[in-house]
Design a binder for this molecule. Sequence first.
Ligand SMILES: [Zn+2]
Length: 263
Amino acid sequence: MTLDDAGSKPDSPLATEWRASPNHGPRQGVDRPDLLLLHYTGMASTDEAIEWLCDPARGVSAHYVVREDGRILQLVAESRRAWHAGVSSWAGVQDINSRSIGIEIANPGHDHGYPAFPEVQIAAVIALCRDIVARHAIAPARVLAHSDVAPLRKSDPGEKFPWDALHRAGIGHLVAEEPPTDGRYFMRGEHGQPIEALQAMLAYYGYDVPVNGSFCAHTEAVVTAFQRHFRRSRVDGIADVSTLATLYRLCASRTGSAPPDGA
Ligand SMILES: [Zn+2]
């Protein structure tokens, strides 16, 4: 137990259990989090995932875990830098852990069948997000997926996570997705100005992507991450008309002004 953990009460009144993880440190260069990062646990057993997040040998943690039945545990004080994001980047900032609060949502993930998130669990996630966003004044467009900030390494919480339900509850930034159709599209291996425009829009929104007109493996991973969050009906890494239209709408609606280069 560190001093911060000693005698702690959960920061959120919604957390019913405090289970102190040693895996945290001081926030660097910021006093308050301004980003909320959502994960899934990605392990077959939720209890084992919680053990993992509290094991000093693992060196990973999160501020909260939301179990399948909606019960919420806190592992790390919100004032502390929990170790959940790993090597990450968003809007030019690499130390996402210092800037964020991390929530692990219990789900076995893509490697273990990836079941749907139960409604009772999503209701708890929404309530917890609302509480955190309100207390820290976190902007809607800074409620993100782990896959958004680490697209080459991570796919959580994944395309089954109901971002639309969160958005209806006032959490996060989302636009109606343009339905996928057949037709003109860009994919890995292509080059040219339209690819550069796509990359510029992704970078403008916050994704860490090269803007060089080359649809490389990195660009494909970022397009896939974008789709997992914002165009969930088809996740294939191909920038089709629906992906481009949804991305353009997303960029335009965040700022109220047109994003760079059009599309
Ligand atoms: Zn994660």
